[in-house]
Write a new protein. Sequence first.
Length: 202
Amino acid sequence: MSAPAKVSSSHQRDTSMPLHPVIVLEGLDGTGKSTQIALLVKKLNAHHISTSTLDSVPKTIQQRREAYMNVNQSASNEIAKVRKQRPIVVDRYLASTLSSHFAHFPFYPFSIENWESAYGNAGLVVPSLVINIELDEEIRGRRLAARNEPLDDYEKRLVTEESFRSCMKAWLRVMSTYTIDATAMTVEELHTCIMSHVEGVI
């Protein structure tokens, strides 16, 4: 596991009332995010927000980035309102958008000393905690195949092109508070590990 930076959630903070934590789960498809998000939502009685889907399929890389940035902005607006009442668990956020964009070039990160600044620069609410889940690629591939769902061109590249996948994973790591390798973990063990980090922000 890695902990690049001290967690901060001060961006767009309304100090007139206490704000609940915003917890983001990142990771490639098939790493177990949906299962862990469901467990977190139940455990924390949290509000769930997903930025994973688009209304239409973008035709270019730039259009894809802009479409997801618009989804992120909508999510940020919702976060700013809801976190006054309850915790929030987010299925992907800015880290996924930027990492998937940079992977097309590919542009590998050297380091990010303050990943929170990327959210402020984009005008987004800064999450309290970003947890990135990784999984052995063979296991991830079997999970995707078991879904029996067609992969879009982007997901096909993630499966077939190691350099593309490695670049995206590198960006997810530097833009997350913690990265957890869930390969040898059961669902319950992964949940316990995630909760050990969540307890630091609730």
